[in-house]
Design a protein around this ligand. Structure first.
Ligand SMILES: *[C@@H]1O[C@H](CO)[C@@H](O)[C@H](O)[C@H]1NC(C)=O
Ligand SMILES: *[C@@H]1O[C@H](CO)[C@@H](O)[C@H](O)[C@H]1NC(C)=O
Ligand SMILES: *[C@@H]1O[C@H](CO)[C@@H](O)[C@H](O)[C@H]1NC(C)=O
Ligand SMILES: *[C@@H]1O[C@H](CO)[C@@H](O)[C@H](O)[C@H]1NC(C)=O
Length: 399
């Protein structure tokens, strides 16, 4: 598999370099060897939480995890998340959550993401609004502490050497980010207008960029940054926010929310370009998850999926989503617990798992589209994401 991506990538570079007349072509600055990332450090929200919020506030209930792990596994999905496929794709074990103190092995990385995380700390409690107290600034503090303490404890030897990353892994690791969606919905939940939410988007990117810069100052070099998804297509948004018929696009998504997501993504892409200038040794890959998720809603059938707006696991309503009885919800009847928000028969043909998060099948499909560098800027395969790409302002091949 490795060789295949490598071959395709070299081929791709040649095409780009010779076929483009005026636009700048992208080429490697160094070699075309795979990076052999020894670790992944992930920052994010529920899209990449592998057990953080579960460790802090209680397990994601069954039937979460049923397809792949066969029991709840700290993930809001029936199975693997995109971050799990990324770990697999790099030949690394699944990431344990930093917050998970039982049975965790951090020798090949750690996951700081928690469900409900935002870039900016919220002024509401989790009780009030559902957002996680582990916002990105907190995740950075945890990462920094993890970095220092890994060093101290590995030096003690024994079991610590087997459970914590080697010092050089911190500079050789892939740093992945998938965060921002909750910052947008936080504004809508406070009844802010689209314009009011847009107004604070630049601040979100300043804060996200500062975290990347801080990780860089601690030695991080390879950054893989997912943009935010079409939140206006999620049953969770369609059910909760006031939307007029005129605001629904031809596929069934709420345009205003998607427009703000795209605005965030435009600014995120610009922030990536600025970071490449500011951090001369960093390789920064921006990954267009939005387009892929949107395609799943718009052209579900074409890719083997059915009824993309209907949650697989839920309870009633137009979208099989009820904010008061989410996936895994139970009621007690005659002293017996009954699961009222259960899984659909075949999650492998569904896009949305619980009204908010994607199924393993959808995550797998998205991974297959991004792994070879398609939908990435620069168009670099996952295994090559340590290579900084230079922009040449003519079409000559580098020596
Ligand atoms: C929280 O409140 C502070 C002080 O008013 C403000 O500066 C900050 O932007 C607020 N944060 C959010 C996410 O609204
Ligand atoms: C942690 O995981 C690594 C890699 O999978 C393995 O080599 C190591 O033995 C594990 N440590 C423990 C204590 O199980
Ligand atoms: C937002 O508006 C709704 C409907 O008018 C209201 O019920 C809710 O309390 C408001 N929320 C906030 C945070 O102001
Ligand atoms: C990348 O993989 C996807 C999915 O397999 C495929 O459709 C696409 O053509 C590939 N792109 C390149 C540049 O190889």
């Amino acid at each position: 598999m490795e060789a295949k991506y490598l071959r395709r990538f070299i081929f791709g570079v040649i095409i780009i370099s010779t076929a483009s007349i005026s636009p700048p072509s992208l080429v490697y600055s160094t070699t075309t060897s795979a990076c052999s990332f020894p670790a992944i450090f992930n920052f994010g929200d529920s899209n990449s939480d592998t057990g953080g919020i579960s460790a802090a506030f209680g397990q994601a209930p069954t039937p979460n995890g049923q397809t792949f792990f066969h029991h709840p596994a700290g993930r809001f999905s029936d199975g693997r998340l995109l971050i799990d496929f990324i770990a697999e794709g790099l030949g690394l074990p699944y990431l344990n959550a930093y917050l998970d103190s039982v049975g965790s092995n951090f020798s090949h990385g750690a996951n700081f993401a928690t469900a409900g995380s935002t870039i900016r700390p919220q002024n509401t409690t989790r009780q009030q609004s559902g957002y996680s107290p582990f916002s990105l600034d907190v995740q950075l503090v945890q990462y920094s502490d993890f970095h220092i303490r890994s060093h101290t404890y590995r030096n003690k030897g024994g079991v610590f050497e087997d459970l914590l990353p080697k010092e050089d892994y911190f500079s050789k690791a892939l740093y992945t980010f998938d965060i921002g969606q909750n910052d947008l919905t936080a504004g809508y939940k406070l009844n802010m207008s689209i314009e009011q939410v847009k107004a604070y988007v630049p601040d979100l990117l300043v804060q996200l960029s500062n975290v990347v810069k801080n990780v860089y100052s601690q030695g991080g070099r390879s950054f893989w940054i997912h943009n935010t998804g079409p939140v206006g297509c999620l049953p969770y948004s369609l059910d909760r926010f006031l939307i007029t018929a005129a605001q629904i696009d031809k596929y069934g998504c709420a345009s205003p929310f998607n427009e703000v997501a795209q605005f965030f993504n435009k600014k995120l892409k610009q922030a990536g370009a600025s970071l490449r200038k500011d951090l001369p040794l960093a390789a920064i890959t921006y990954v267009d998850i939005y387009s892929l998720k949107y395609t799943l809603f718009a052209k579900a059938k074409k890719f083997g999926f059915e009824e993309p707006f209907i949650a697989c696991c839920g309870h009633g309503g137009k979208y099989n989503y009820n904010s008061l009885a989410r996936c895994g919800a139970r009621i007690t009847v005659d002293d017996k617990e009954i699961l009222i928000a259960n899984s659909c028969k075949d999650p492998s043909v569904k896009v949305i798992w619980d009204g908010i998060h994607f199924t393993e099948a959808a995550n797998k499909w998205i991974f297959q589209q991004i792994v070879n560098g398609s939908f990435c800027d620069p168009p670099i395969p996952l295994q090559m994401a340590c290579h900084r790409m230079l922009t040449y302002h003519n079409n000559s091949l580098p020596i």
